[in-house]
Design a protein around this ligand. Structure first.
Ligand code: AMP
Ligand code: ZN
Length: 142
């Protein structure tokens, strides 16, 4: 039985074959497809076959497998595309740029002579004195 999110999800529809996609890899856990609006030639996205909205929902085991797959594909795609660099990008939540709410990991080849607009830029903040110590204390994890 499909849940509501899944029924309305573009990537779940791709998984069911209801929407076509250009698949470059598939196994029991993931499908990797070419992004329909690529930031660069060969831009692909790793999609878990099951619907998880974001990194918070994704089970640890699949998170680990996704990163191992990203490493393999980065090497493979770099060789085939002869790109000069590679970005892994993963957005969670609207404010973070997520537009499809089914976890996905972007694989973006970068070319020396390509469209070299920064994919992620930020204005650097200044910490107040002592703020980094407090933050490190807050964020410390065993
Ligand atoms: P994000 O902004 O991180 O949520 O990325 C969503 C990505 O999904 C965008 O880069 C879209 O171009 C891509 N996308 C949306 N619909 C499709 C589709 N039908 N096939 C392939 N990629 C898609
Ligand atoms: Zn989905």
């Amino acid at each position: 039985m499909l849940d509501m999110r899944k029924e309305n999800c573009i990537f779940c529809k791709i998984m069911e074959g209801e929407i076509p996609s250009s698949t470059i890899y598939e196994d029991g856990d993931f499908k990797v497809i070419l992004d329909i609006n690529p930031a660069a030639k060969g831009h692909a996205i790793i999609l878990p076959k099951e619907h998880y909205e974001n990194i918070y929902e994704l089970p640890e085991e699949l998170a680990g497998k996704a990163m191992v797959l990203a490493k393999k594909l980065a090497a493979h795609m770099t060789e085939k595309l002869e790109c000069d660099g590679f970005n892994l990008i993963q957005n969670n939540g609207e404010i973070a740029g997520q537009t499809v709410f089914h976890f996905h990991l972007h694989l973006i080849p970068r070319y020396q002579d390509g469209n070299n607009k920064d994919l992620l830029t930020w204005n650097v903040l200044q910490y107040q004195e002592g703020e980094t110590d407090k933050l490190a204390e807050l964020l410390k994890i065993d």
